[in-house]
Ligand binder design. Structure first.
Ligand SMILES: Cc1cc2nc3c(=O)[nH]c(=O)nc-3n(C[C@H](O)[C@H](O)[C@H](O)COP(=O)(O)OP(=O)(O)OC[C@H]3O[C@@H](n4cnc5c(N)ncnc54)[C@H](O)[C@@H]3O)c2cc1C
Length: 324
């Protein structure tokens, strides 16, 4: 790995995460003329994995990638905002300054906005790891096209799971939704679409206990904890796991940021965490309803709180050669 460079400028804000929430925060940081650095591993975040977004107010229908690009372009329109596609490895507090270390270098900021989102929750059954990318997937839009005229299972019953199933019906000849609860629970509009789609069959109150592979090591079926149509084995060519997400808070915890029992960062109504100067927003925080628009709104509140903090704070420079 190339030697990491220390960028000695002190930014007003460093935003960790370049999804809907981090990018929306960046737009407002730009408007507040805050010197802002957005560091994100994947620009656009998780919304780019969905083919259609129909509930972002102001846009009747657009793809996830289009929405992300609009947010990115909007943030980049402000001269004081810089966006870097880098992975954050560590974040530390030195006096009143935060140091963020990525694979490429280190950066200093007066405030931090954590908008790092989540990672896919794993099913944690035998076969899942072994058959990853060989029939086990987590994103229908990314990997669904290879199952043209095949049979797929979506494991999960949320709105995201329903959307995954609907996406898969573009290619697959049959899609099972296997859900441990009694009734799947998408948004009503997606529920109706699932019900109207003849390719989708719901298997409820059932857990998947194993993902099975064929002799050439690709998915051949899933095992169920109770019989469906007389058998505990269901033949499928692919299993798409859509059972939720785990918040990405590794470095945040190290900074003393409080999380709840789900590992989500706890914020107040102004997107403030318990640590002065650190704000958080989006899927990573302890809100009930996680959507692109709610994440964007929390990002905006975080930007405003960061603006107030920068204006109110007397900055004590850390020792060493860090200076503006
Ligand atoms: C299949 C699916 C369909 C969906 N459909 C809809 C929909 O139709 N409408 C809707 O409103 N919502 C939808 N959602 C939910 C919506 O996508 C999320 O609520 C929203 O995008 C979350 O944005 P975020 O910025 O909080 O997190 P994310 O989009 O997850 O962004 C997190 C950012 O942090 C970065 N990151 C994480 N760790 C690090 C690190 N160590 N270093 C650097 N960067 C890091 C990531 O790379 C990314 O840039 C859907 C979700 C899924 C999974």
């Amino acid at each position: 790995m190339a030697e990491r460079k220390a960028d000695k400028k002190i930014r007003d804000v460093i935003i960790i995460g370049a999804g809907c929430s981090g990018l929306a925060a960046a737009v407002y940081c730009g408007r507040f003329l805050l010197k802002t650095l957005v560091v994100g591993e994947i620009i656009g975040g998780v919304i780019i994995t969905t083919d259609v977004v129909e509930n972002y107010p102001g846009f009747i229908r657009l793809t996830g990638t289009e929405l992300a690009k609009k947010l990115e372009d909007h943030a980049r329109d402000y001269k004081s905002v810089e966006i870097r596609e880098e992975k954050v490895l560590d974040a530390e507090k030195h006096g009143n300054i935060f140091k963020v270390t990525t694979e490429e270098g280190s950066y200093y900021g007066r405030t931090l906005i954590v908008a790092s989102g989540t990672e896919y929750r794993k099913l944690d059954v035998p076969g899942e790891k072994e058959l990853a990318n060989r029939g086990v997937h987590y994103c229908a839009l990314c990997d669904g096209a290879i199952y043209k005229d095949k049979v797929a299972a979506v494991i999960g019953g949320s709105d995201s799971a329903a959307k995954e199933a609907l996406v898969l019906t573009q290619w697959a000849k049959k899609v099972y939704m296997v859900y441990r609860g009694e009734k799947i629970r998408p948004e009503p509009v997606n529920y109706e679409r699932v019900m109207a789609n003849k390719k989708i069959e719901i298997i409820s109150s059932t857990n998947v206990t194993r993902i099975n592979g064929s002799s050439n090591n690709v998915v051949s079926g899933i095992s169920l904890d109770k019989p469906y149509k007389g058998s505990r084995e269901l033949a499928v060519d692919a299993a798409f796991v859509a059972i939720g997400h785990i918040p990405l808070t590794g470095f945040a915890k190290k900074l003393g940021i409080k999380t709840n029992d789900k590992g989500e960062i706890m914020i107040d109504r102004n997107s403030r965490t318990n640590v002065p100067g650190i704000f958080a927003s989006g899927d990573v925080v302890d809100t009930n309803f996680k959507q692109a628009i709610t994440g964007a709104a929390e990002g905006v509140l975080a930007a405003y709180a960061a603006y107030q903090h920068v204006n109110d704070s007397k900055v004590i420079l850390p020792t060493g050669d860090v200076h503006e």
